[in-house]
Design a protein. Structure first.
Length: 744
């Protein structure tokens, strides 16, 4: 039996069930199936008009005929459109030819109209010029320049050349005429205001009004940017925008004097004295800027030329002379290191005074353009590094020849090496020299130089510390640690300054990824409150690491000596000591005197030579290490009878803790092991036995069932755990607690 028959049998059983087991049921099913078969056959009979399939086929045939007719009509329509387009294209081509001719005629008419307008304006200008009417002359010329400005981009090359020639011609004539008028007025008001003219009386009101009128005319004929022929100056001067015509003419006498004094064979033209021409330019700015701002700026504002600031233009024109002069001297200066360095200093001073005293805008070209030229900047950087290293060599050489440790009264706050302040001043000077540079890339290069100098200084400090030996080595290391901490704090403060924050931003922008090597430790957190990303983050990490090493060297040296001095003290017979009836009869164990004397001397020495912040760190570390050392090597290495326990408690509470009590109200907080060991060694025998039994009984207990910690806290033991406490109790000779060999 195949699968189809099985499926059929299953469906018959599901749908008809018991009907299949009776003859009547089977007959009824047969009749039902016959009826359904006949119905389906009738529906599929194509010869019947009412059959669904026949109706569907007839409808499909009708729609096919409609589609064929539509396609035929569409093809006929497309043919008509094609014929129409052929007819229209001919008309279109004819019309385009007519419109082209019309456009040419219109352009020709406009062309001739423009020429006629220019000629008319030129005729008017000539008439007004002959009648000496400056106002109408400038108005006519302004109209010509307005036409020229609108046609500056026209494809009509010859028309453009014609208008440009007319503009240049009349501009030259008007400029010469107004320049002569301006010269007469400037002589009347004794311009320029040089030393010889300062004593002459103030210019008259009439002359000043005439000056303003001529300046107004000059501004009207000043050519717009579209009509100015570029001069293609060298790279530096391309940063200087053209001056307005009045300022250009008024600067001319000063430029003539500048060329006379600072070029050629004049004695004032000395390459090693750049301050002479810098000072001269500053004096001219001082003497003339107020005048032009008072009398010329109102004229500019009245004409609506708010983009022109005559005071700024005057300064820019004079600065341009300095730039040209310095740029011309550089090829010679670069062969003389001293003259080059001196010139850099003077140029930076000139720029700083210009901006601070005369408010020269930051966005205007300045003398720094010369200093940031590639070859000049490289030379400048090399000189900065050379002189900085020479200064550092001289500082350290002096420190080696003299005692580096000063008395605390000299620099009480910092207690640093004297040359550290000089080094910081050196870095500040470098910052002041380059912070005005306009390009972030140049400032970042100087920052890298400063970071290099900081690292070099750190290495020199290490070498200086390693070179020290003898009795005073600890005090000298302390001074070096103070110096390191001082520089670290300075760098943290600098990192929050706007200048270095900007450099941090630019540095991050220029780097795809930034590697941060931050030193984080408890010591660092206690020494530096500010720990954020700055340009100094990597060098700060090195200085902090060095400071930590120096402080740990002091601590380790002290603890090592204390360990040596405590040898006899640790070997005392603590299990055979006599009990004193009166506590006043106790005195310090003689064998402990060398160790306590050493600790007292060292702590006093550290307090004298370390800053307060570093001293706090050092004495706490000493206390903690001495605490752990005596706990491990004395308490856990000896057995104690009652007399020995009381003697050890007296030594600790009355002698060791007071050493540190000078610097804190809670010295026991830093000697917790010894303090709690004294408690466990000196509680009564009964209490000790009960505590021992409980600690032993609850061995392995956890959670709320573990009462050992609470029991220890009740007697004042918080640092030592249950196992450590059992080990201390095992050192008592009166309770017989077995030793605990391991700690879980």
């Amino acid at each position: 039996m195949n699968l189809e028959n099985e499926d059929l049998i299953r469906k018959l059983n599901e749908n008809y069930g018991s009907q299949l087991f009776t003859l009547d049921g089977c007959l009824k099913l047969k009749e039902q199936f016959d009826r359904e078969t006949k119905t389906i056959t009738d529906e599929l009979d194509l010869s019947s008009e009412h059959a669904t399939v026949a109706i569907t086929l007839r409808n499909a045939a009708d729609h096919c005929q409609i589609i064929a007719k539509t396609l035929s009509d569409g093809e006929s329509c497309l043919e008509k459109v094609r014929i129409h387009l052929e007819e229209v294209d001919a008309v279109k081509a004819e019309l385009e030819a007519y419109f082209e001719k019309l456009n040419v005629l219109e352009c020709t008419a406009q062309y001739l109209k423009v020429i006629q307008s220019i000629e008319d304006l030129c005729d008017q200008l000539e008439v007004h010029l002959k009648s000496n009417d400056d106002e109408l002359c400038t108005t006519a010329f302004a109209n010509i320049t307005e036409i020229a400005r609108h046609l500056a981009d026209t494809p009509a090359i010859h028309l453009r050349s014609y208008i440009k020639a007319k503009v240049d011609y009349w501009f030259g004539i008007l400029r010469n005429k107004l320049s002569q008028d301006l010269d007469h007025v400037l002589k009347a008001i004794h311009w320029p205001f040089v030393n010889a003219n300062l004593s002459i009386e103030a210019p008259g009101e009439g002359s000043l009004r005439k000056l303003q009128l001529i300046v107004e005319y000059l501004l009207q004929i000043d050519l717009p940017e579209e009509l100015v022929t570029p001069l293609h100056p060298h790279g530096l001067l391309s940063n200087f925008l053209p001056l307005s015509l009045p300022i250009e003419l008024m600067i001319a006498p000063l430029k003539k004097r500048f060329l006379f004094h600072f070029y050629g064979s004049r004695k004032t033209n000395r390459i090693d004295k750049p301050e002479w021409y810098f000072t001269k330019i500053l004096s001219w700015i001082r003497d003339h800027s107020g005048f032009v701002d008072k009398w010329l700026q109102p004229v500019v504002d009245k004409m609506g030329l708010y983009h022109i600031e005559v005071k700024t233009e005057l300064m820019r024109g004079l600065v341009q002379m300095a730039v040209e002069k310095l740029y011309g001297d550089l090829p010679t200066l670069q062969y003389d290191d001293f003259a080059f360095s001196h010139c850099i200093d003077e140029a930076l001073g000139f720029d700083k005074e210009l901006k601070m005293n005369y408010e020269y805008p930051q966005n205007q070209p300045n003398i720094l353009l010369v200093l940031t030229q590639a070859q000049v900047f490289i030379k400048w950087m090399a000189m900065e590094k050379k002189y900085a290293l020479e200064k550092m060599d001289a500082m350290l050489s002096d420190s080696l020849q003299t005692e580096i440790v000063m008395e605390p009264s000299e620099i009480e706050e910092f207690k640093i090496m004297p040359f550290a302040e000089i080094f910081i001043t050196l870095l500040q000077t470098i910052t002041e020299r380059y912070e005005g540079l306009p390009q972030p890339g140049h400032r970042l290069q100087f920052l890298e130089l400063q970071l290099e100098l900081l690292d070099d200084f750190r290495v020199r400090l290490l070498q200086l510390g390693n070179a020290e030996n003898g009795e005073g080595i600890d005090s000298k290391i302390a001074i070096i640690a103070n110096t390191t901490h001082y520089i670290e704090n300075v760098l943290v403060d600098w990192g929050q300054m706007l200048h270095f924050l900007n450099l941090y931003y630019y540095k991050n922008q220029s780097e795809i990824t930034k590697t941060r090597n931050l030193l984080s430790s408890e010591l660092d957190n206690s020494l530096t409150d500010v720990d954020t990303d700055t340009v100094f983050v990597e060098i700060l990490s090195l200085y902090r690491h060095m400071k930590k090493d120096l402080l740990y060297a002091l601590v380790d040296s002290t603890v090592l000596k204390a360990r040596y001095c405590s040898k006899n003290y640790r070997r005392e017979s603590w299990s055979r000591m006599t009990i004193m009836k009166d506590m006043r009869s106790y005195s310090l164990t003689p064998s402990a005197c060398p160790m306590f004397e050493l600790l007292g001397t060292k702590l006093h020495q550290f307090k004298k030579y370390l800053t307060v912040k570093l001293f706090i760190v050092v004495w706490r570390l000493v206390a903690q290490q001495i605490d752990v050392f005596l706990y491990e090597k004395l308490v856990l290495a000896n057995t104690f009878n009652e007399g020995g326990a009381k003697q050890f408690k007296f030594d600790t509470m009355r002698n060791l803790l007071p050493l540190f009590a000078q610097y804190t109200d809670k010295p026991d907080s830093y000697c917790t092991h010894l303090n709690e060991a004294c408690i466990l060694l000196n509680i009564t025998q009964g209490s000790a036995l009960l505590l021992k039994d409980m600690l032993t009984a609850l061995e392995g207990a956890t959670g709320v069932e573990d009462k050992r910690g609470q029991a220890l806290k009740e007697i004042g033991v918080c640092t030592l755990g249950p196992h450590e406490s059992l080990k201390v109790l095992s050192q008592r000779t009166d309770i017989g607690v077995p030793r605990v060999s391991s700690i879980d």
